[in-house]
Design a protein around this ligand. Sequence first.
Ligand SMILES: Cc1ncc(C[n+]2csc(CCOP(=O)(O)OP(=O)(O)O)c2C)c(N)n1
Ligand SMILES: [Mg+2]
Length: 372
Amino acid sequence: MDTTELLKVIEPDGATPGFDTDLSDAELVHCYRTMLAVRAFDDVCMKLQRAGRIGFSIPNKGIEATQVGAASAIDKTDFLFPSYRDFGMALYHRVPPVEMMHNMFGNELDSAHGRQMPVHFSFVDPIRLYSISSPIGTHIPHAVGAAHAFRLKGEDRVCLVSFGDGGTSSLGFHSGLNFAGVWKAPVVFLCQNNGWAISCPSEEQTASEGYAIKAKAYGMPGIVVDGNDLLAVRQATSDAVARARRGEGPTLIEARTFRMGGHSTSDDPTRYVPAELLEEWGRKDPVTRFQRYLEKEGIWTAKLEEQLTAEVSAEINAAAKVAEGTGQPGLETIFSDVYADLPTHLRKQGEFLFDLTARRGDAAAGDGAFPL
Ligand SMILES: Cc1ncc(C[n+]2csc(CCOP(=O)(O)OP(=O)(O)O)c2C)c(N)n1
Ligand SMILES: [Mg+2]
């Protein structure tokens, strides 16, 4: 495979000539259910944000096949370093939606205790999902460093790091790929080329012929895959993961897809995305494509669709309810989880803060023992 040939498995009508999947019917349904869950999660978050109940979210619509196809190729023992537009990676690995909703509300059960923005998930269980980075591309060298460390320690683990087309303009992309190439680190780079970096189109992002070609400069294979084709993304990622496990080093995958929603809940894409482009990609919707495949395989039925849609909608609405009803993090969490022994100046600041808020009655320290 070279960087000019687009890897594709599922035809627009759902046929997969000459291809046999290694996934069982139950696993295929899980992939489809996950994509429906991502759509439902987006929908609930948009409503919560519009109602002023959460501050922000990131729409995933259009990217689901890339997220799920890639996530399905890694094991529980591996590490995920996702971008912020990767809800499907967590959901595929069965992170309970309520855990994600705790982060959306920044409540006391959020793994970051509200100290991150919404959408900045981090999980250890059931999948190791490294904390999402807001500054573009900064997590790429982190993934390479982790992968290199696993190799030095003789641990059989691979890192999958995803980022957008805009992420390829970051310093982290270039330094990360350079080191990975030199060290032959067991890492898979997944560039989600969704056409836009907020309102900046790809043609203003790079003068290269796409993004996969950049792999050549760093001494690794570059693969172009149809990002709306779940099975093709899974295939490309599985091959890259196998290569990394064999000690042959990293791969850069460019998944060509399209952001069908806004950049974030604060964005109005109709101001810069041509309507014809949205229509064109609407016809290539990744969820519809996979549904047609399942139908051809005799797995999809209208009844199954109804059942899965009802299940994910109920699950995610319930998750939002629970998360919204969960208390806020205690004030002392401002000071926790950084120092084993809190330095004197921070301890003094904490005492001052607790005293002030107690006198004003506007916030209270939680039950956590201070100083932590
Ligand atoms: C270093 C840095 N510069 C700018 C930003 C503002 N910013 C947030 S998202 C984004 C676009 C990134 O686009 P892309 O990498 O294509 O990912 P996508 O949002 O399309 O998934 C920008 C410029 C940032 N977060 N970090
Ligand atoms: Mg992009």
